[in-house]
Write a protein of this length. Structure first.
Length: 263
């Protein structure tokens, strides 16, 4: 199976000269988590929810309106081609130190699409039922934060662990999840009306989290987890039995995909 079989041709694009606030509004209205930066018609970078969070330390110094795409862009990105084997793409996503989950697809120097972990997860849900259980591929030591944890500490936990999703607990009870997208959206929306420094000093995990997250049990089919992620457009599920057992994410489904292919 090749990249062209799973890639999306509908890609949001931007330029280095667009204001960050304008791109952010477009990403929110179109429900996009990333935009490909084009320079003279060629792919030159990516602006994503991750690059926004990575720039938080710089955003403290000036109003959001003064930042351009050029201030947030990630120039160090991996790309694919329509003819690349999906297994190769999955391997690169899993082994990248940045834990990437998307790649612009380029042909003859031009952007032709985007291949994402979500596309592979959707394929796994539809074609690999009964191969593996959630417990076979889930993370057994997910990052946990309390509902009262200050947002700067949540960001630090994500940065140190390189995880894109943390589980919010109240005592031993799972009460929510926070993703990089949740953080980026919340900070972006609040920065339209206030400065980032004051926002970070008052926000807690409970202010940003998605409450009452969908959970799954460790003995369930991994394909069921992939199906829920696809249908609900979410990137991970807390694994809960009588207590919190772990976390299964799109990255774990990529691992399941590679394992299942050998069975």
């Amino acid at each position: 199976m090749l990249v062209k079989d799973l890639m999306s041709e509908d890609v949001l694009t931007t330029t280095l000269g667009e204001r960050a606030i304008d791109l952010g509004n477009r990403m929110l209205s179109e429900r996009r988590s990333a935009a490909v930066v084009l320079t003279d018609g060629k792919v030159s970078g990516l602006v994503s929810k991750e690059s926004f969070i990575a720039s938080v330390k710089y955003l403290k110094s000036k109003p959001l309106e003064s930042f351009m795409v050029a201030d947030l862009v990630d120039h160090c990105l991996e790309t694919s081609t329509p003819e690349e084997d999906i297994d190769s793409v999955v391997d690169r996503m899993m082994t990248s130190y940045k834990r990437i989950d998307r790649m612009p697809v380029v042909k003859d120097g031009k952007l032709v699409g985007m291949i994402s972990a979500g596309s592979v997860v959707s394929f796994f849900a539809a074609n690999m039922k009964g191969r593996l259980k959630v417990r076979d591929v889930m993370e057994y030591k997910p990052v946990l934060v309390f509902d009262y944890t200050p947002i700067p500490d949540v960001i630090k936990e994500m940065d140190l662990s390189r995880e894109k999703r943390v589980i919010v607990v109240e005592g031993q009870k799972v009460v929510g999840t926070i993703t990089v997208l949740d953080l980026a959206t919340a900070l972006f929306n609040r920065m339209k009306n206030s400065d980032l420094k004051s926002i970070l000093s008052t926000m807690k995990a409970a202010d940003v989290m998605t409450p009452k997250p969908i959970t799954i049990r460790p003995k369930e089919d991994a394909a069921k987890a992939a199906e829920i992620m696809t249908e609900k457009s979410i990137g991970g599920l807390p694994v809960v039995d009588k207590q919190i057992e772990g976390l299964i994410t799109r990255t774990n489904i990529l691992k399941a995909y590679m394992i299942a292919k050998t069975k």
